[in-house]
Design a protein around this ligand. Structure first.
Ligand SMILES: C[S@@+](CC[C@H](N)C(=O)[O-])C[C@H]1O[C@@H](n2cnc3c(N)ncnc32)[C@H](O)[C@@H]1O
Length: 270
């Protein structure tokens, strides 16, 4: 079985780009240029495959913080490991989230998974650790986050394909992935429905989408905070509104767990 990765050119819908397996071996620097058969070229620098180049993304305030080196450096160890306990209002260690991710996604050997808006690729690394014989692609549009993901994956001795791309235009052909995961990114996206449609396009018919997102709080004082956060570009939905969004994009909700403002969903293509 080929262990290389096939991307779809961001410029030419029918053109493929072959990424060598070595790009995912993060313990060895991989640099070079790749191109589609139409001739559009992209740089791989220190294993990070960059499909966006110099194009400055138009960012909301919340999105722009992900492009700061300091956010990327502190994100996982300072915030992410404690965030769910803070947001659910009860002890919610990262191991509990990991258990749910692995139980619902159920990664299998030889299969291909995508971590969308990966930041430091916490989910992607957990999946690869649980099933070392699967392949994982982690995408984000922040170079700073992807660099931090590379350092963490290298320290864990985890192989990942790291891709700088926009989730609104996933650079893959249809039905490429056996599973998708998205942790906290839905609330930050400019057009969440577009990203869900793209997710539906690239997932296989029998695939699973593990989603963690934040929902509207029932407590008025938290709602006040969430309302002000909406000015910075964040979006919140009730569980019912979230489910309508998933269903509009062609997913059905197979399982769901909501705690405090955190909601985990197991989505299947409808
Ligand atoms: C809340 S963080 C994700 C955290 C991570 N999934 C986790 O579970 O720890 C959101 C991430 O999504 C990325 N992001 C936001 N909009 C994006 C887009 N349109 N395309 C790709 N990445 C995006 C941000 O750069 C940021 O790293």
């Amino acid at each position: 079985m080929s262990m290389s990765l096939e991307l779809r050119s961001p410029l030419h819908e029918r053109a493929g780009i072959e990424i060598p397996e070595e790009a995912a071996h993060l313990n060895k620097p991989f640099n070079g240029t790749i191109c589609s058969n139409k001739g559009d070229e992209y740089v791989i620098q220190n294993n990070i495959i960059d499909l966006l180049g110099e194009i400055p993304p138009s960012l909301s305030w919340a999105q722009s913080t992900n492009h700061w080196k300091v956010t990327a450096a502190l994100y996982e160890d300072i915030w992410r490991k404690r965030s769910l306990s803070i947001l659910t209002g009860e002890e919610f260690p990262i191991d509990k989230e990991k258990e749910l991710l692995i139980e619902w996604l159920d990664p299998k050997a030889g299969k291909l998974y995508l971590d969308i808006g990966c930041s430091t690729a916490l989910y992607g690394r957990l999946v690869k650790r649980a099933q070392p014989d699967c392949r994982v692609v982690a995408i984000d549009f922040s170079t700073q986050m992807l660099e931090e993901a590379r350092l963490k994956a290298e320290a864990d001795q985890t192989d990942l394909f790291l891709l700088r791309a926009d989730a609104h235009e996933l650079p893959f052909f249809g039905t490429t992935f056996d599973g998708l995961m998205m942790g906290g990114t839905l609330n930050e996206l400019t057009d969440p429905l577009k990203v869900l449609y793209e997710s539906r396009r690239v997932i296989k018919k029998d695939g699973t989408f593990f989603m963690m997102h934040l929902i509207k709080s029932g407590a008025w004082y938290v709602r006040l905070l969430q309302d002000s956060a909406e000015f910075s570009g964040l979006k919140f939905w009730t569980v019912e509104e979230s489910n309508q969004l998933f269903e509009r994009a062609g997913f059905s909700v197979e399982d769901q767990l909501a705690k405090g403002v955190v909601c985990f969903s197991k989505l299947k293509p409808a």
